[in-house]
Design a protein around this ligand. Sequence first.
Ligand SMILES: [Cu+2]
Length: 125
Amino acid sequence: MAPLAPPPSASPRSRTVVPAALALALGLICGLILVGDLEAAGLFVSQKGRAFQPGNLAITRGETVTFVNDDSDLLHHAFVESDSFNFDSGDQEPGSRTPVVFTERGTFQVLCGIHPKMKLVVRVN
Ligand SMILES: [Cu+2]
């Protein structure tokens, strides 16, 4: 029985297609990472692992902060109680997003009604 011939090596054309596809994929991934950074730096607050992340936020009055319950199996319940501004998210199901407009200037402590250790300070300028 004759030995099998080795497979023909990839043509020069297909060699250039693979890196191009790889570069495109990397570009997409970098874009997603950038968007992720913008969310983290901006107005999305994670509650994963029973912790607000970030734990401090400085925003401008009228801006919206979206509280994301990215815990897979826990309810959260973000709220602010103060003289000038209050909100209560109600129970936040896993996967839910709760937008809150901060309509007053000041420094507010956001707490979770279910997890007393969760704290977030929002400074509204
Ligand atoms: Cu919580």
